[in-house]
Design a binder for this molecule. Structure first.
Ligand SMILES: Cc1ncc(COP(=O)(O)O)c(C=O)c1O
Length: 471
């Protein structure tokens, strides 16, 4: 167990201990009527004063989470273990939830699909991919009879290291790449290595909600960093690094999900310097880099890093084939060795067949042709959504890439009421609060323009706005 952060006025230590205990109860480590550690035992484990633990237990008792049996100690209450809205003074918000509301929304079959930040399968190279499946079986007849190496297929890592060099200005060797099953697995592995209970982690506000859930499950404390069309306020980031000493900053700085914002080049270099200074890993999740409508975005943070403080995650789920689950993680020694061990324990390497199919498609000239067409198609989708929204009075910043509009509703419209009504009408979107580490942003929605066909996009948007007018 990690030592809790030192006392800080806005987030007193007993409160951190309270949240730590609550997290563990919510995770099912202690069930109803289980006996909890003694005050002395917990104080020793957490390296805090007994009085601090006593105060935390008193708070847990007062709020009905825990009950006391005379002389015998503290026990978990049978009720009240459900997730509650917990807001904490200051910036840190540890709150674990066993639910995954985003996945619940995505699972609902709907006609007008604006909640999935995925590309319409009709725009992806499905037919061509079948050619490569055949080619792979011809070239490697034993491909199904063997494991991939844990780190990933050698040929694929070599190709990707050249690709990253040519297209993204990254200097790295194949040994500095690991193939994972999607970016989500990469985030999960990194969180497992870096974050322990109550460790502070910087996250953008808003951000990719699944990453928030992964960090919450690790028991980490989420420290929000506002992201705007101009990027981050670096002075604020530095103040947070100084105050909380976070182990890592999870960022999606290029055509960001959900806002579409891109952090400008000048901030990238400065932030890498801050990361070095404060010894904070920058975890750069970059799945939308190649989905841009005008100019290509600035080079990744990884290109500015000479000391190994950036981990770069490049998923190909979005624009090649989400079903293949191919993602490359770039990082330096010695973190790479730790990551490979974590990957070997997770699944012993991603499926070789998928890596080979991907490799042969990726190195073909069809990829660039596909990307060129896809950019145009997505821009058309975005413009249709914007046209339909033009008379709504809703606000958004036109993104220069990515898959979503991050929309602000007028005060008169309640996003939760709109969400309930829209689901009844088979229209889905992502309520803004799911993307907010503070669980606020209730007047925001994420509308993905990438999945629905052009016809369904127009029709669905008209229906959605009619619903909003009727609320
Ligand atoms: C920012 C971000 N990172 C990661 C992912 C997940 O990617 P993958 O499908 O490669 O796991 C998504 C998917 O929406 C995303 O938006």
């Amino acid at each position: 167990m990690k030592q809790p952060a030192k006392e800080d006025q806005s987030h007193p230590l007993f409160r951190q201990v309270y949240e730590y205990m609550l997290n563990r109860m919510e995770r099912g480590e202690w069930k109803a009527h289980d006996k909890l550690p003694s005050i002395r035992g917990l104080a020793e484990e957490l390296k805090v004063h007994r009085l601090t633990v006593f105060k935390a237990y008193r708070e847990l008792t007062d709020s009905g989470k825990v009950y006391v049996k005379d002389k015998s100690g503290y026990y978990v209450s049978p009720a009240n273990l459900l997730r509650e809205e917990r807001t904490v003074e200051g910036a840190a918000v540890p709150a674990y939830s066993l639910t995954n509301p985003m996945s619940d929304i995505q699972r609902m079959p709907v006609t007008y699909q604006f909640s999935q930040a995925l590309i319409d399968p009709g725009l992806l190279p499905n037919l061509f991919l079948s050619d490569y499946v055949k080619k792979v079986f011809d070239l490697y007849p034993k491909v199904m009879g063997t494991y991939s190496s844990v780190q990933g297929d050698d040929e694929l890592r070599e190709t990707l290291s050249e690709h990253f060099h040519k297209h993204y200005r990254l200097q790295l060797s194949p040994q500095e790449l690991l193939i994972t099953s999607g970016a989500q697995q990469a985030i999960n592995l990194i969180a497992g290595l870096v974050l322990g209970p109550m460790d502070p982690v910087l996250v953008e506000r808003p951000t990719y909600s699944v990453a928030l859930d992964i960090f919450r499950r690790a028991g980490a404390r989420l420290i929000p960093v506002e992201i705007t069309p101009e990027g981050y306020d670096l002075e604020a980031v530095e103040a947070l690094m100084r105050k909380f000493k976070p182990r890592m900053f999870y960022m999606n700085p290029t055509h960001h999900n959900p806002t579409g914002y891109t952090v400008p080049a000048r901030q990238r270099k400065q932030l890498v310097e801050l990361a070095e200074q404060y010894r904070c890993l920058l975890v750069e999740d970059d799945p939308f880099r190649d989905i841009y409508f005008g100019e290509a975005p600035p080079a990744p943070f990884f290109a500015y890093d000479t000391e190994g403080w950036v981990i770069y995650i490049s998923s190909f789920s979005k624009y090649v084939a989400p079903g293949l689950r191919i993602c490359a993680v770039a990082c330096r020694h010695p973190f790479m060795e730790r990551l490979i061990t974590a990957k070997s324990l997770a699944d012993n390497g991603s499926p070789l067949l998928n890596q080979k199919i991907f490799l042969h498609y990726y190195t073909s000239p069809r990829l660039q042709q596909h990307l060129g067409k896809l950019r145009i198609a997505l821009q058309v989708h975005k413009e249709i959504m914007e046209e339909e929204l033009a008379s709504s009075g809703w606000e958004w910043t036109a993104p220069e890439g990515g898959l979503n509009l991050w929309v602000k509703l007028p005060d008169s419209v309640s996003a939760s009421a709109l969400f309930a009504r829209s689901m009844e009408q088979s229209i889905s979107f992502v309520p803004g609060e799911l993307c907010d580490p503070l669980g606020e942003m209730k007047s925001r929605l994420r509308l993905s323009y990438s999945f629905a066909s052009e016809t369904l996009l127009r029709e669905g948007m008209r229906r959605l706005m009619k619903l909003a007018r009727e609320l």
